[in-house]
Design a protein. Structure first.
Length: 282
């Protein structure tokens, strides 16, 4: 298993890193489009759509992203879209977690399919726009999610159950603890402060999310914003866990040997990317 994970990670890095640092955003947007199409295929399978229907859903994802790209949306600010997407994620995430695993099958299949397709399209548009803004800006958002996940893992392993009486969401993801959430939040606070203090944004301070928020709204608002994003990354993770538990599967697919599926790797990014664009366009 470990060997598979390492090989898969090396292959992914060999594809993603050259695309990320390519002189234009085209390569990274194309790679991200392939990943979101694969995620759409997995989404269809998780919702009992069948092989043909799942492929069709992936094709719809490619079509929607392609039309957005052709229409020039990557170069537009779109503050209303991001505000609407952010509000939808907050409200829908809270509603889904409140209703739990048993509430998911009661949602009409058409609504589930369209909702997932929209979430993947928004994530692609957000990550592509973030790359258009700049590599530093995109990395500041991606790193926030990675750091939140890493710190949450180690804080949960070390302190899980010592300070809280119950698990975070025992019926959805029994292994997650409140201590893990707090550890993830502490991690992103430390990351953002270090990045702003050390001037890691390069030549343009506005080229990271942290610096943009600090310059426009002050450091307190910036810290509240990154804590909020860390919390929403947990929501994305829990929502995907809820859906997999409802479908009776451990992973969204086996497309990434040793890592599960694409949705397993991007679940925390699905709400975080649109919300980061919302904050960046305030």
């Amino acid at each position: 298993m470990l060997k598979q994970r390492v090989i898969t990670a090396i292959v992914l890095l060999a594809i993603l890193l050259p695309a990320l640092f390519y002189k234009t955003p085209v390569a990274f947007a194309a790679v991200a489009l392939v990943l979101m199409a694969a995620g759409s295929w997995e989404w269809g399978r998780l919702n009992s759509l069948g092989q043909g229907g799942s492929v069709g859903l992936a094709a719809l994802c490619v079509l929607g992203c392609g039309l957005s790209w052709y229409g020039g949306l990557l170069d537009q600010s779109l503050p209303l879209l991001w505000a609407t997407a952010g509000a939808a994620w907050v409200l829908a995430g809270a509603w889904l977690l409140r209703n739990g695993v048993t509430g998911w099958p009661r949602i009409p299949k058409a609504v589930r399919l369209v909702g997932g397709l929209l979430a993947l399209w928004l994530a692609w548009l957000a990550v592509a726009q973030a790359r258009v803004i700049g590599v530093n800006f995109l990395l500041s958002v991606l790193t926030l999610v990675w750091v939140a996940d890493i710190f949450a893992y180690f804080a949960g392993r070390t302190f899980g159950g010592r300070f809280s009486r119950g698990k975070l969401a025992p019926s959805i993801s029994p292994g997650k603890s409140w201590e893990g959430v707090w550890g993830g939040m502490a991690g992103v606070v430390a990351l953002s402060l270090a990045w702003v203090t050390m001037g890691a944004s390069g030549a343009g301070a506005g080229q990271t999310l942290y610096a943009r928020l600090t310059e426009r709204h002050g450091i307190v608002v910036m810290l509240l914003a990154v804590i909020f994003l860390a919390a929403m990354s947990v929501v994305g993770d829990l929502v995907e866990s809820l859906i997999k538990r409802s479908a009776g599967v451990k992973d969204s697919s086996a497309l990434l040997p040793g890592h599960g599926g694409v949705l397993d790797r991007v679940d925390a990014l699905l709400p975080t990317l649109p919300l980061a664009m919302m904050l960046a366009t305030l």
